[in-house]
Design a protein around this ligand. Structure first.
Ligand code: DAK
Length: 259
């Protein structure tokens, strides 16, 4: 598929999506959102792709938010259409049953922070800056930020950031648990590829059920969630790769997974 606003490459079993709208620091207008949606369809529909990394083009920005020039004159109805479109795309990142990480290489503001929070986990460059500056624009987060931020960091910290619009740099993002690793800028993509290579070496059904179990489980109460886990772990025993994984352990050799 041809993309105008992002780069899409596949290396081994991992797709690399690079948001690429440099004149607006990769801000999210309808065109780049449509490209992202199509790239997600490609990832979901291709069995050869087992996981993906989302990053931003250039050294300055991951995604500098929703496109302010596009939405400045929106009516409430127009803003609702735009928001619903973006929300549905970000929800797809969680719904696709393959690991998708964000490699945050610079500004991740507003919709940019919301995009990386929809991913399964985040690595950051030392130069990354995160924030939800919407209150300074007379709005509030609309791409899931007021819901995903308090689920990722403690609710008090989330509210402080949402209410003040204060940015956090990579070291603070690591401290509050928004990202799991901070890398030198040149190491961000190599380190992201390294962890994804480890991840996609595992059986596809294990990856799928882990992601589904966490995502669905977080939306329900603990005992229902543990019940879901029971169903999913039981299903694992129907796969050949489970037999191979345990046989290989007992025979003291590396497993040769098929999926
Ligand atoms: N939208 C459009 N253009 C942007 C942009 C953005 N979010 N961010 C940067 N640009 C453009 C700048 O206008 C500039 O364009 P030219 O003037 O060169 O034509 C170019 O990118 C370079 O930016 P700067 O010259 O400003 O670069 P600096 O290094 O000085 O500053 C910065 C970088 C990232 C700190 C700064 O650009 C900045 O503050 N950008 C805005 C960040 C921001 O506030 N982002 C959050 C947007 S709010 C909704 C649902 C959800 C949302 C909204 C509505 N609906 C329900 C409708 C979500 C909202 C957000 O994401």
């Amino acid at each position: 598929m041809a993309y105008e606003n992002l780069l899409f490459e596949v290396e081994g079993k991992v797709a690399l999506i690079t948001m690429n709208r440099p004149k607006a620091l990769n801000a999210l207008n309808n065109a780049i959102l449509a490209d992202l949606n199509n790239a997600l369809s490609e990832i979901a529909g291709n069995d050869q792709i087992k996981g993906a990394i989302i990053t931003g083009a250039g050294e300055k920005s991951f995604v500098a938010g929703a496109d302010i020039s596009q939405m400045a004159t929106y009516t409430p109805d127009e803003s609702r259409v735009y928001m619903a479109y973006a929300q549905q795309i970000f929800n797809r990142i969680e719904a696709i049953e393959k690991p998708i990480m964000a490699a945050v290489n610079g500004y991740a503001l507003g919709g940019g922070n919301e995009l990386c929070m929809a991913c399964d986990f985040r690595y950051a460059s030392e130069t990354a800056v995160f924030g939800q500056p919407e209150v300074s624009l007379g709005i509030m987060p609309g791409f899931g930020g007021s819901q995903r931020l308090p689920r990722l960091v403690n609710p008090g910290i989330a509210k402080e950031l949402l209410l003040s619009g204060r940015n956090v740099k990579a070291d603070e993002a690591l401290k509050i648990g928004l990202v799991s690793k901070v890398c030198a800028p040149a190491d961000l993509i190599p380190e992201s590829k390294k962890i994804m290579a480890t991840i996609v070496s595992k059986p596809a059904h294990s990856l799928r059920y882990c992601k589904v179990s966490v995502n669905r489980g977080m939306d329900t109460d603990l005992y229902k969630a543990i019940g879901l886990e029971l169903e999913l772990i039981s299903l694992c025993f129907s796969y050949e790769d489970q037999k191979e994984g345990m046989k290989a352990f007992l025979e003291k050799r590396p497993a040769q997974f098929k999926s």
